[in-house]
Design a protein around this ligand. Structure first.
Ligand code: 0O2
Length: 221
């Protein structure tokens, strides 16, 4: 084997190892989140997570992101600078669920929260809303422990609907959507925010009504 073949072999080996770590991290964090959800249902009889999606970023998307941020394509740069190679998305019904879940995740002793971006309190100019956390989870191999990064995105169903559509449009126009489409998307983001606020109000009203019904039936016993 000549030097370039040797280098290629080593690159393939380290790519496979790195991908193995990211896949393992998704499994670890995914299981953790399912357990948190199940415990919440067990105690409060309420399901904060509607559904969980996970994905590993494609090699093309990793390379694009490195290029966009001015880094050469290398495995070291990808591990150091692309924080969302392993991604988990938690989709919930209400905005209040998002903050409750973020707090529960922050309290997990074996997860380290590296950073938090609250695009709900501070939406992007596009109208994008979501709560992002970068965490590391220790992956126990036979001879070492590797802290591996996972991006957790938490959003409501309505925010997820908007973001998925906007993402498709963004890619269709390669980031240069006509102005009227961007404006319409911003208007839709406004509608999504109003819908989320209304749904939360409605849910709170239902909870209050249920509580007072229970109190009334307690009084009459
Ligand atoms: P893709 O194709 O979804 O993977 P950072 O280096 O962490 O400071 P980064 O990675 O841009 O910068 O962080 P950020 O803002 O938390 O974004 C991470 C991911 O959130 C993006 O990954 C998107 O998935 C999603 N996201 C962020 N902004 C938008 C937006 O305006 N619209 C939509 N639809 N999604 C968004 P990628 O790698 O950009 O894209």
């Amino acid at each position: 084997m000549d030097a370039s073949q040797q280098k290629f072999r080593e690159d393939v080996d380290s790519w496979e190892t790195v991908m193995f770590l990211y896949n393992s991290a998704i499994k670890e964090v995914g299981t953790k989140l399912e357990i948190l959800n199940d415990e919440f249902v067990h105690i409060h009889k309420y399901n904060p997570i509607e559904y969980i999606k996970s994905r590993i970023k494609t090699p093309e998307s990793i390379v694009k992101k490195l290029k966009r941020n001015g880094y050469e394509s290398s495995i070291q740069n990808m591990v150091d600078h692309v924080k969302d190679i392993a991604g988990i998305r938690l989709v919930c019904s209400f905005t209040s669920d998002i903050y409750q879940l973020a707090e529960m995740i922050g309290r997990q002793n074996d997860l380290t929260v590296l950073s938090v971006k609250d695009y709900i309190k501070h939406p992007k100019s596009s109208g994008y809303k979501s709560f992002h956390m970068i965490v590391t989870v220790p992956i126990f191999l036979s001879d070492r422990v590797v802290d591996t990064k996972v991006e957790i995105q938490i959003r409501t169903i309505a925010m997820d609907f908007w973001a998925s559509l906007e993402h498709k449009i963004y890619y269709k126009f390669e980031g240069n959507a006509p102005d009227y489409i961007s404006r319409d998307l911003q208007a839709c983001a406004e509608i999504v925010s109003n819908l989320d606020a209304k749904m939360l109000q409605l849910n709170e009203a239902v909870l209050r009504a249920k509580l007072s019904q229970e109190e009334d039936s307690g009084d009459s016993e």
